[in-house]
Design a protein around this ligand. Sequence first.
Ligand SMILES: Cc1ncc(COP(=O)(O)O)c(C=O)c1O
Length: 355
Amino acid sequence: MSELHGALNPAELERLGLDAAQVLDFSSNCLPGLAHPRVREAVRSAAIEPYPSPDAAPLRLRLSACHRVSLDAVVAGAGAAQLIFASVQAYSREGDRVLVVSPSFGEYADAAVALRRRVERVHVAPDDTPDLGAVFRAVQQFKPALVFVCQPNNPTGRLWPEAQLVRLMQVCLDNESLLVVDHAYRTFVDPSQRFRSIEGAINLYSLTKDFALAGVRLGYAVLPVYRAAALNAVLPPWSVSQPAIAAGLAALEPEVIDATDRAIVAVRESAASLWEALRARGVVVLPTDTHFALLERPGASAFRQRLLERASVQIRSAASFGLPDHVRVASKGVAADAKLLQAWDRFGAESESEL
Ligand SMILES: Cc1ncc(COP(=O)(O)O)c(C=O)c1O
């Protein structure tokens, strides 16, 4: 668990005798700090006795206005994670091919494997200039049922050129493949792109990252209307709880969006300073377009463990992304980042044999 995702793992902390409140978590890419007070208040006062709307209609209505699409072009779920699994289930059959970029978010391949699809991987060097050319060729070669692209990519934080994504959509159409674009971190590149979609694709959005709502579980898809019935058919009714609907509606208030966008700009600035400080220490920080980045660090898993046990600082080993000599770090703001740098100064120079 601790190697497969970022964020604190209560069982691991208990085993190590660490108090979660004392651990600084740089392994999760969510906006640091608490959710906006209006969102917290909305969750607190949500009516929890009745069933929620079975298909989160009030929230979908708001989202359809934000995206300027019809209500039926929005499907809500318990986080983008649920919609990834649901997309595989809805749009492919057992034995079909699912194409994923590597490295990228592991749940695309995990969902495909869990549902007995065949996973095809396109390997892209994490420090290369983002280029979907190899993905175009793989779509032509494999004619997969589904193609997952993460925009910007996790763990690299790099944004694929939008013109290439539009072109990929056309390549998918030509090969009867369906493109799924995961925009979970899109606002961290540019908050003004919050409601941007690739036409014709299944566009997945997470409300858990920028609004700091990971515990609430809330995400949605924007998709061609004729694709919605298949996705709805595999989602259980009431997938989005009433507190989650309330949180989403509060988060989409203009005042909350504005405050969130300002917080994103601040974390992008602290991230830029963090990369600079790490590079000044000789650390290789791979190019990124977001507030998180891959850093070269031989023996990433052991190093992660060391920082957690010795400094109560958690970073993400990139081993599960197939990068055992990289860690992924997200900025948590200037004050927290200074503590990461302190921990790096104390333990970062130690060689593998000392770990
Ligand atoms: C790229 C990407 N997509 C989706 C998710 C899942 O998001 P959610 O919390 O909305 O399920 C994550 C979580 O780490 C992620 O990194």
